[in-house]
Design a protein around this ligand. Structure first.
Ligand SMILES: Nc1ncnc2c1ncn2[C@@H]1O[C@H](COP(=O)(O)OP(=O)(O)OP(=O)(O)O)[C@@H](O)[C@H]1O
Length: 326
């Protein structure tokens, strides 16, 4: 199956190491969510994949061959800084971009009509791009990435600033392109959306891929969490229980993170019962947001190496550590 491979990319800006052996791969038909704190290196990776920026070392391959200038024509790219001509009409601009990718005038016009219709901006074909709302400009930007029928999609924060209806439309389009066989990689800070939409997720920290896999795979590496609803319990009741590594309380409901030792959760239940009534005691599924906080707040260890199959196994602070960049 053709695969987009990001292999050991490193990139420095002066003394700043923006990418440090960044590696991951996205198979044909797969949607890959690329997440990480601000400045973690997502845009830099995507720019290198598109060839608008050169890596210091490493390689990007598609179907086993280096992604050269010719092969990059098969990529639909949505840059973070966006790239539309503000004073050009929406329709003209999309036809122009499709023509640049080698489509005939007729095919370019048909593609423009298809994508403006599909993305809900057909009524604005004759408007200057600059007169559109930011969300509609973003829809046009996605149309620009799709208008030449790319084999690969690389999208930098395509969902930022979109209303819920536009998010649904965009999600549907990405799923459709993946179902047609494209590898789709996009960056986002909207973790609920990423969890819902993506087949696999990669979490980046300081220029490295520190965890990747399905959300279930990432979850299986996380510490177990339990919800306890104990209305009589005094503040801080769970903090001193042996084996508890983190506590988060909202009203009478407390979520504790416990170690993997046999029966660790039983100590929590007993401590809760000792305070009085226990209305609920149940395992909690970690959300991608929880997993993200876990991973980005982990202490980097000496010799930290990228791990593209599982969560990094470094010592970590609590999963809601202050200062985590969620
Ligand atoms: N042209 C540049 N010159 C110098 N430093 C840069 C340049 N572009 C990016 N950087 C730095 O490289 C690092 C990675 O930036 P990058 O834009 O790739 O992060 P990101 O993960 O996309 O962040 P965000 O989520 O905020 O968009 C940051 O520290 C950033 O300040």
């Amino acid at each position: 199956m053709p695969t987009l491979e990001i292999d050991n990319l490193s990139k420095s800006y002066g003394s700043l190491r923006a990418l440090d052996s960044m590696s991951f791969s996205v198979a044909s038909g797969e949607i890959f969510g690329f997440v990480g704190s601000n400045g973690a290196g997502k845009s830099t990776t995507m720019r290198i994949a598109l060839g608008v920026l050169a890596a210091d070392s490493g390689e990007v391959r598609w179907d086993g061959a280096p992604l050269d200038v010719a092969a990059r024509r098969a990529v639909g790219y949505m840059p973070e800084e966006r790239g539309l001509y503000p004073k050009m009409k929406v329709g003209e601009q999309l036809v122009y971009l499709a023509r640049l990718h080698g489509l005939s005038p007729k095919a370019a016009t048909a593609a423009m009509e298809l994508w403006t219709e599909r993305l809900g901006v057909a009524a604005r074909r004759d408007s200057d791009v600059q007169s559109l709302s930011l969300g509609n400009q973003q829809r046009v930007q996605l149309a620009a990435a799709l208008v030449h029928d790319p084999e690969i999609l690389v999208l930098d924060e395509p969902f930022s600033g979109l209303d819920p209806v536009a998010v649904d439309v965009m999600s549907g389009v990405l799923r459709e392109k993946a179902d047609q066989g494209a590898p789709v990689v996009f960056s986002s800070h909207q973790l609920e959306l990423v969890e819902h939409l993506c087949d696999r997720v990669g979490i980046v920290r300081a220029g490295r891929m520190v965890a990747s896999g399905t959300v279930d795979e990432l979850r299986s590496n996380a510490a177990p969490r339990w919800l306890v609803d104990a209305p009589d319990a005094p503040a801080g009741w769970a903090s001193a229980i042996p084996g508890v590594t983190h506590v988060q309380t909202t009203g009478s409901r407390t979520v504790v993170e416990v170690g993997r030792a046999q029966g660790a959760e039983q100590a929590v239940l007993q401590a809760a019962l000792a305070t009085g009534t226990v209305r609920e005691f149940a395992p909690q599924r970690a959300s991608l947001t929880d997993l993200f906080r876990d991973v980005v707040s982990a202490e980097p260890a000496a010799g930290d190496t990228p791990d593209t199959t599982s969560t990094t196994k470094k010592s970590k602070r609590s999963f809601l550590s202050k200062g985590s960049a969620a």
